[in-house]
Design a protein around this ligand. Structure first.
Ligand code: APR
Length: 250
């Protein structure tokens, strides 16, 4: 594994426009469970709860079973070495943008300036009737589903299953994927489209694809040039320390 860390550090130090695509795995070390696999959210909760049709049919149930639970976990979470490492790479001028599927806001908390929230976020909610936006911290959970002064129900600014990715996020993600010279694919099972297509676009346009994941994915050995297997926080921390060392020598 140390060889791969050296290799990734060198590839990053040589890169001028790297992009990261992150998924739930990068936030596991912050105490947020992933969706799939052992201990994943979808083991305990029916994924139908994340479907927009279900939310519109029974918002109280979706708030109670899924959103309230996730909001509680996200509210307590702090960035880990994985998020912090990516922020360090941005400061060094290596990493341009983080495209994240996560709704937890931890990349921004760690200091990344350019973050595309591909699946939206839990930081803001809006009223289904008057569209008024409200910050997460101001949501009153004493009544479920939480409601706006106008009587409308609030929903998080996330993308439910069955909804479109916001057009500007999709467009910019595709452009950045096509232009980057290196893509770090961190902690995503790469099964949910269109996010999982971004590494394919990057590869087709000549970028190096480095995966960091606990397990192999369908990108491994196919789209990704190599996989560094293990915990994202530990691995990214080692890689970034090595990039900093290499930069000092140059
Ligand atoms: N470090 C690195 N990788 C990890 C770690 C860790 N500490 N823990 C888990 N992983 C890996 C898993 O092996 C898995 O490949 O993270 C991945 C998490 O996969 P998913 O749970 O499927 O998360 P993600 O790919 O982000 O899901 C995509 O699915 O349900 C939706 O909207 C939700 O944005 C989400 C989308």
């Amino acid at each position: 594994m140390d060889d791969l860390i050296q290799r990734a550090a060198k590839d990053l130090a040589d890169s001028k426009k790297a992009v990261a695509l992150t998924g739930a795995g990068i936030s596991v070390e912050s105490g947020i469970p992933p969706f799939r696999g052992k201990g994943g959210v979808w083991e305990k909760i029916d994924p139908e709860m994340a479907d927009i049709d279900m939310f519109m049919r029974d918002p109280a149930k979706v708030w109670q079973v899924l959103i309230k639970e996730m909001k509680h976990i996200i509210d307590q979470a702090k960035p880990n070495d994985g998020h912090i490492g990516l922020a360090r790479l941005e400061k060094m001028g290596i990493l341009r943008t983080v495209i994240t599927q996560n709704v937890d806001g931890l990349h921004q908390s760690a200091g990344n300036q350019d973050v595309i929230e591909f699946h939206g976020n839990f930081a803001w909610h809006y009223c289904l009737i008057c569209n008024k936006r409200i910050e997460n911290s101001r949501i009153d959970l004493s009544v479920i589903p939480p409601k706006c002064d106008c009587g409308g129900i609030y929903r998080p600014e996330c993308v439910f299953f069955g909804e479109m990715i916001p057009h500007h996020h999709l467009l910019r993600s595709k452009q950045l994927s096509a232009q980057c010279d290196l893509m770090l694919v961190v902690g995503t099972s790469a099964v949910v489209q269109p996010a999982a297509y971004m590494p394919v676009i990057a590869k087709q346009n000549g970028a190096k694809i480095i995966e960091i994941n606990m397990e192999k994915t369908q990108l491994t050995g196919n789209i990704s040039d190599y996989l560094i297997q293990g915990k994202a926080g530990e691995i990214i921390n080692k890689i970034v320390a090595e990039v900093e060392r290499l930069n000092e020598l140059r």
